[in-house]
Design a protein around this ligand. Structure first.
Ligand code: GPK
Length: 817
């Protein structure tokens, strides 16, 4: 495929004039002094205008096709920045560079002015955004649906070594990418009660009485596919009060009272919950979930009715994908609409529901399986609780028919747990869907065999796998121009939409000239990252050291602590032997901790403490540096990942559902050091066992080790280096003024059985790091392995993933050209 010719409506000639006009008319600002933020905004509005024209011009074909559509429901989307993504996907890069230069700016500097749209926590939200890009590129007709939070994920600052959170008021300076559709408001109900009545035909029916209402306003963000021929719409709902404020209260002089209900309503879309696992029992979170679901289903049904067919054809026109259990109340809401408002019979409505929904599970952590107290759910959504109870009653009859007399099984499978009276959202999602998928092969196996075996027995074939993927446009083409140019020069540009084509690079791993160019591209990215780190933290890092990177949310199961133990051990070895034959290293660690996650915050403090000590030690500082990267986010990932040489993916086996960072690193030529967990296994199979550093217990061994009653004390006693590292941390070597700071971490390890098996995998991790060092000392061999990583990553494109969903789950054909 040749580079797409810019269609007429891109109108690059007038770009410069348009930018200036927007600075004046939309921002109401002077052109002088030439402020980069103003010019970024002007450019953004100029792009937005072209994008809207393109969307209007292309949506007709999309509507005319009358094909089935998918609705991807997610409480989180994590797009990051839009400007460069739009420009690359629309093929406008050269024109935009020229226009920026004519105005006296570099396009890259303007792009740096944009704030991330951080409407998600981590992997789950970023996956949703990669899928939007791939649906647009692969012309899969569909929409993303979510919430437009006023405040996205908090900003992380490091103050005295500790994480501090700052509100992310991301729209404060305007958001050119968001199109408010003020004319399409819907009402969403909460509270009140369910009321029975008899209709004129004498049938007993139910309605939702005395409810409060909140308005949902759609705000659209357009997502252009690569080549600019297809645009997908991401519709995010913003909450608005239905009444403005109470005039009666206001007239009586109670202005603040009058504002109360308005504030209560608008709170719904105020802020993203900053946890990367569910928040148990927070009423506002439940209201957010229902708000998304109710507004979205209204929109879907409006569109369905407009297109003609009746409800019996609904599942032939509509597929709804539940991104984790967060939007699962949709099952009850669709039943409510069909039975209470459209007057369908229960069985007919239920058949429609089950054919419409599919559910993606993203975690097996038991503490992360979402449940709601039945009485809370019943207070906020009275009719839905009744409907869930009825779904549960009928479902348990099915279970009883299959396993007569097995009350234990009924209790285990029940949607409403009879013991705790909590609604198990995963059970509702499984029962209400036609397919349930995990996000990597191991994860899907664990779901079937360990987490939901009795559901699997009841519904053979319902459980399936779709291994996650990432978009090669953002994560290679756009984030790594140096490597992209090199790849395109050798194999042409088609890899951007057909990632398997990267396999054509394989023979080039044997070519010394190509390896030299490959190293030069990596070095350019390392220099770019070094400049970034210097700018952000004032610290210089040396691009001629091994860049060893772990960036992801802070979590005990992800084992940033194991990484620290390796660092401390390496530090000790270097202090003992300054001539140790290992390559100099820069260890970069970044990630946010949930604000209430005590242990994760302590681990951040440990990393910053170790960094302070190591970096101040003249005896080792030229051989080992440690950096904590504050505020890890999508735009930072775009700088960090292309510069990485070693990618740390070291979770306790069986606990990381898939991982997607692992894919981004390998695609950019980093070698992985990792456990046999999540998608690491499939990455190993793809890149070859000799091009990856695998260590540690397997998921089965983890299970067996725990079952046998693991004793960390014995392991520590038998390993002098491990004992030394733990002792230094525990004694306050890195925090002499607060020697007990890390006692809680050590207690977890040594007194509470080391649940995440850090000590069990320590020695294997160090041996894998020895192999890393040895290979890195042979630059030609390392580079060849790096090339083989990139060349074999075709499978991990999100294009492949969404096409699998389309074929096996949604039953949707991509549109033709
Ligand atoms: C899983 F359950 C969750 C969650 O609430 N948030 C989240 O980001 C992640 N995830 C998994 O932890 C990753 O292994 C996985 O790659 C990602 O979801 C996307 O599937």
């Amino acid at each position: 495929m040749a580079k797409p010719a810019a269609p007429d409506f891109h109108q690059l000639e007038s770009l410069g004039e348009d930018i200036k006009r927007y600075v004046l008319s939309i921002l109401g600002n002077d052109l002088y002094p030439p402020d980069p933020f103003r010019y970024y905004s002007g450019l953004a509005y100029a792009i937005r205008e072209r994008l809207i024209r393109m969307w209007l011009a292309t949506q007709a074909s999309y509507y005319d096709s009358m094909s089935k559509r998918v609705y991807y429901l997610s409480m989180e989307f994590l797009p990051g920045r839009f400007l460069m993504n739009y420009i690359t996907n629309m093929g406008m890069e050269d024109g935009c560079r020229q226009a920026a230069a004519d105005l006296g700016f570099s396009l890259d500097d303007l792009a740096e002015e944009e704030r991330d749209a951080g409407l998600g926590n981590g992997g789950l939200g970023r996956l949703a955004s990669c899928y939007m890009d791939s649906m647009a590129t692969q012309r899969i007709p569909g929409y993303g649906y979510g919430i437009l939070y006023d405040y996205g994920l908090f900003h992380q600052r490091i103050v005295n070594g500790w994480q501090e959170e700052e509100a992310d008021n991301w729209r404060r300076h305007g958001s050119p990418w968001v199109i408010d559709r003020v004319e399409h408001l819907y009402e969403v109900k909460f509270y009140g009660r369910s009321e029975a009545y008899t209709d004129p035909q004498g049938v007993l029916r139910y309605r939702w009485a005395e409810a409060d209402t909140v308005m949902a306003m759609p705000c659209d963000i357009l997502i252009p596919g690569h080549g600019g021929k297809h645009v997908t719409n991401m519709r995010l709902w913003a909450a608005a009060s239905s009444t403005g404020f109470s005039l009666r209260d206001f007239n009586q002089g109670d202005f603040l009272g009058a504002m109360q209900s308005k504030i209560h309503s608008e709170n719904i879309s105020k802020v993203l919950y900053p946890n990367d696992e569910p928040i148990q029992g927070k009423e506002l979170r439940l209201r957010q979930q229902y708000f998304l679901v109710a507004a979205t289903l209204r929109d879907i049904i409006r569109r369905h009715k407009k297109s003609g067919p009746g409800f019996d054809e609904f599942p032939d026109q509509v597929a709804i994908q539940l991104n984790d259990t967060h939007p699962t109340i949709a099952v009850a809401e669709l039943m409510r609409i069909l039975v209470d408002e459209e007057f369908l019979g229960w069985d007919e409505a239920w058949a429609i529901c089950r054919r419409t929904f599919a559910y993606t599970n993203h975690t097996v952590l038991p503490e992360a399986l979402e449940t709601w107290p039945a009485d809370l759910l019943g207070r906020v959504l009275p009719r839905h609780l009744e409907i869930i109870a009825e779904i549960d009653r009928r479902f348990l009859l099915e279970v009883a028919a299959a396993h007569p007399g097995d009350q234990g099984r009924q209790n285990r499978l029940a949607i409403i747990d009879p013991a705790s009276r909590r609604v198990r959202m995963a059970h509702l999602a499984i029962v209400g869907s036609h397919k349930v998928n995990g996000v990597a092969r191991l994860h899907s196996d664990i779901l079937r065999e360990k987490v939901f075996p009795e559901f699997d027995a009841l519904y053979p074939g319902k459980f399936t796998n779709v291994t996650n993927g990432i978009t090669p446009r953002r994560w290679l083409l756009q984030a790594n121009p140096a490597l992209s140019r090199l790849i395109t020069a050798r194999i042409g540009p088609d890899w951007t939409t057909d990632l398997d084509r990267l396999a054509e690079l394989l023979p080039l791993a044997e070519d010394p000239d190509f390896r030299k160019d490959w190293r030069a591209a990596k070095r350019e990215n390392k220099k770019r990252l070094a400049r970034y780190v210097l700018r952000k933290s004032g610290m210089g890092i040396n691009p001629d050291t091994l860049f060893d990177v772990q960036v992801k949310r802070m979590h005990e199961y992800k084992r940033q602590f194991l990484n620290v133990l390796h660092v401390v051990t390496l530090y000790n070895r270097l202090r003992r032997d300054p001539h140790l034959a290992v390559p100099p290293r820069t260890v970069l660690i970044g990630g946010k901790a949930a604000p209430g996650y005590f242990m994760a915050k302590r681990i951040i403090r440990l990393i910053t403490a170790v960094a302070e000590t190591v970096n101040a030690d003249d005896a080792v500082r030229s051989r080992l540096r440690v950096v904590f990267l504050p505020n890890y986010c999508v735009s930072q990932a775009e700088k960090v990942i292309p510069a990485a040489e070693l990618s740390q993916q070291i979770s306790t086996a069986g606990m990381e559902a898939s991982g997607t960072g692992n894919m981004k690193f390998a695609l950019n030529g980093a070698l992985t050091i990792g456990t046999l967990d999540g998608a690491n296994i499939e990455i190993m199979e793809a890149v070859g066992r000799e091009n990856i550093f695998i260590f540690g217990l397997t998921a089965k061994e983890v299970e067996a080790t725990r079952a046998a009653g693991y004793d960390p004390g014995r392991r520590v006693a038998a390993d002098a280096e491990l004992a030394e590292a733990l002792d230094m941390i525990g004694r306050g070597y890195f925090t002499p003024s607060e020697p007990d700071l890390f006692a809680p971490i050590l207690d977890n390890l040594l007194r509470h059985g080391d649940y995440y098996l850090v000590t069990a995998d320590y020695r294997a991790c160090l041996e894998a790091q020895d192999a890393v060092n040895a290979l890195y000392l042979d630059p030609e061999a390392w580079t060849a392995a790096s090339i083989r990583n990139t060349a074999n990553m075709g499978f991990f494109s999100s294009d492949r993933a969404v096409l699998e969903y389309a074929k096996n789950i949604w039953n949707i054909e991509p549109l033709g050209e």
